[in-house]
Design a protein around this ligand. Structure first.
Ligand code: ATP
Length: 220
């Protein structure tokens, strides 16, 4: 199977991090930025780095942007450039278009004009950090929708030695334990008889209020 090829537009902190990570993972990455300096900064960390203005349709065509499997638009501050770029790429019929939004309104416009996925890295990271600050037992928190999330919760003292069946998490709290982490080992879809040990981490999915109730019951 042919490996996916990625084009990332906008080499700010977010865009360059996505580009570098994909390249480190062994994927072909084209990095595009209108600034010569930004392009130079990433030249050794991606497959190709090109200086180009993504609001210039001809320039994008010349780069063969349509041949890429996934395109990430990571232009933040210049909302007009972000919207224009999205519109042009959508018109060209690129297969998958992921766009970073600066705020909710920007995100709404991007969805309306056909972005396949809109991401809010600062907002999402803010939510994750806030949950960890409220409760240090919550190691990570990922919003799946407005109502549902996945939380990584450190096992508390009162859980040690108990099985998932004994804790009866699904019936009592309406949450599902998707996985149990013990050190480096990940137990996906654990059995009801699996016991929770000290230092285990529970990966739990559920409604936000149920996750909160679950976490509060076991916080020490
Ligand atoms: P971050 O928070 O990830 O650092 P940001 O949201 O502040 O980024 P900007 O710094 O505004 O985003 O933009 C990211 C990059 O996008 C900049 O390096 C900028 O040069 C580039 N950029 C802006 N407009 C265009 C454009 N029309 N074509 C290509 N690149 C562009």
């Amino acid at each position: 199977m042919k490996q996916k090829q990625f084009a990332i537009i906008g080499m700010g902190r977010f865009g360059s991090s996505v580009a570098r990570s994909l390249h480190t993972l062994g994927y072909e990455v084209l990095a595009i930025d209108s600034s010569e300096q930004r392009t130079q900064e990433v030249v050794n960390m991606v497959t190709h780095a090109v200086q180009a203005d993504s609001t210039d349709e001809e320039a994008l065509r010349a780069l063969g942007i349509r041949n890429f499997d996934v395109i990430v638009v990571a232009i933040g501050e210049d909302i007009q450039a972000s919207i224009l770029t999205t519109l042009i790429l959508k018109d060209m019929g690129v297969p998958a278009l992921i766009v970073k939004a600066q705020n909710e309104l920007h995100g709404k416009v991007l969805t309306k004009i056909g972005a396949d996925k809109v991401i809010y890295p600062e907002r999402d990271m803010g939510v994750r950090v806030a949950h960890h600050l409220i409760s240090p037992n919550i190691l990570d928190y990922i919003e799946l929708s407005d109502d549902y999330s996945i939380a990584e919760i450190r096992a508390s003292h009162s859980m040690f030695g108990k099985s998932l069946r004994e804790l009866d998490i699904r019936a009592k709290y309406g949450c599902n334990v998707m996985a149990l982490k013990t050190g480096d080992k990940m137990n996906i879809a654990p059995y009801a008889e699996d016991q929770i040990k000290e230092n285990d981490i529970l990966v739990v999915v559920g409604r936000n209020e149920n996750l909160q109730r679950f976490e509060e019951t076991f916080s020490e």
